[in-house]
Write a protein of this length. Structure first.
Length: 93
């Protein structure tokens, strides 16, 4: 949720649908990984606590960022979303 929320602050093309998807999808994945039993699938175990030494929460944060960017890129900003309000007057001199 942190990376998805930070995207709103720094990327002008973030849409409402993008941020909602970027928050909900990783939350559902995280809950799934915490409540579903571990499933061995060949050499990999699904729904385990960590992968490659990193907790699932790290991967969910990255997933949230990716979902936010992809959904924002493929959706159109609604007319009532006014990002100029937040980015007006900001420039590198």
């Amino acid at each position: 949720m942190v990376l998805a929320s930070a995207t709103v602050l720094y990327w002008r093309r973030t849409t409402r649908g993008g941020i909602v998807a970027g928050i909900l999808v990783p939350q559902v994945v995280y809950v799934g990984f915490n409540f579903l039993p571990e499933v061995p699938l060949g050499p990999v175990t699904l729904f385990t606590d960590s992968y490659f030494g990193w907790g699932v929460s790290i991967y969910c944060m990255i997933l949230g960022l990716l979902v936010t960017v992809v959904v924002s890129a493929v959706t159109v900003r609604s007319p009532d979303e006014d990002t100029d309000l937040y980015f007006e007057g900001l420039s590198a001199d």
